[in-house]
Design a protein around this ligand. Structure first.
Ligand SMILES: Nc1ncnc2c1ncn2[C@@H]1O[C@H](COP(=O)(O)OP(=O)(O)OP(=O)(O)O)[C@@H](O)[C@H]1O
Ligand SMILES: [Mg+2]
Length: 274
């Protein structure tokens, strides 16, 4: 079942996805409807968690918003601007995507400072930052991670560990001042300590800057604690959209039960959480 959500954008939400669909078909393979008529909004300043089992379509959806995948149907608005057909490199002023694999989150051949400078130059808000100002901002954003990265601004990003790279990627997203952060399991490949650190600082940074986020995670407890709203996908469709008091009353087992009821079948906890 698909949730009935209005197609009309409300006044400038951070993200409005309107009736988006995407199918894939490899040679000689059956067509997969990876995203099937999905509509939702992320209101400005909210953190929205996107959950669902493997293959539910979460990454495809984020990729459509980030510009890596063109939807077959539907429109994507970010802060009121229709970005549906805009190439990904032209979206950097509007949004940032941090993926699971730290290999993709920074430019390894550039220093930490150069990574910051590139991001600042590509945004509409901070295109002409002076070097001293840039270093000061980078220091301010990196310090809270407690990884001493602020004293290594001249180090090559390629020399950093996975957790350090994700921390730099999140700090850069904050510097860029983009209104929308797309997080595709951005701490899932990290050791538990780094994962907690990066995820805590991501949330604090988002709340401090008033930025919005669409955050894919398999960690339901984390999603319930940290997000303002929970979306759940199943086989390409959006099957749950929970916020407000309804969400406050939920714990992970209750959320799984809601998901089972909506999908009409038993989905194992492991499948959902893996
Ligand atoms: N480039 C592609 N070519 C063919 N099929 C694809 C492609 N990308 C995704 N798919 C298929 O689309 C469906 C949704 O995949 P997607 O990666 O969006 O799921 P997901 O919810 O992110 O899963 P996971 O939790 O495992 O990351 C899957 O059946 C997947 O095999
Ligand atoms: Mg995925």
């Amino acid at each position: 079942m698909t949730l009935a959500v209005s197609d009309t954008p409300s006044p400038e939400p951070a993200l409005h996805v309107a009736r988006c669909s995407k199918s894939f078909q490899g040679p000689g393979q059956e067509k997969v409807r990876a995203v099937d008529d999905v509509s939702f909004t992320v209101p400005a300043g909210q953190i929205v968690a996107l959950l669902g089992s493997n293959g539910a379509g979460k990454s495809t959806l984020l990729s459509m918003v980030a510009g890596g995948t063109l939807p077959d149907e539907g429109r994507i608005h970010v802060s009121g601007a229709d970005l549906t057909e805009l190439p990904s490199w032209k979206r950097v002023g509007h949004l940032r995507l941090v993926r699971q694999n730290p290999e993709y989150s920074v430019f390894p051949a550039l220093t930490i400072e150069e990574n910051f400078a590139l991001a600042a130059a590509s945004t509409r808000r901070r295109p002409k930052m002076r070097r001293a100002e840039l270093r000061e901002e980078a220091t301010k954003l990196l310090e809270p991670f407690g990884l001493n990265l602020e004293s290594r601004l001249s180090a090559l990003a390629g020399s950093l560990s996975g957790g350090q790279r994700q921390a730099v990627a999140v700090a850069i997203a904050m510097l860029a001042g983009t209104g929308l952060l797309l997080l595709d399991e951005h701490v899932a490949a990290l050791d538990p300590r780094s994962a907690r650190l990066v995820s805590d600082q991501t949330e604090q940074g988002l709340r401090a800057t008033g930025a919005s986020a669409l955050m894919v995670t398999h960690d339901m407890t984390h999603a319930l604690e940290r997000s303002d709203r929970i979306l759940m996908m199943h086989r390409g469709q959006l099957v749950l959209d929970i916020s407000g008091p309804d969400k406050d009353d939920l714990d992970a087992p209750a959320l799984i039960r809601r998901f089972e009821t909506e999908t009409g079948g038993r989905v194992s906890d492991r499948e959902l959480l893996s």
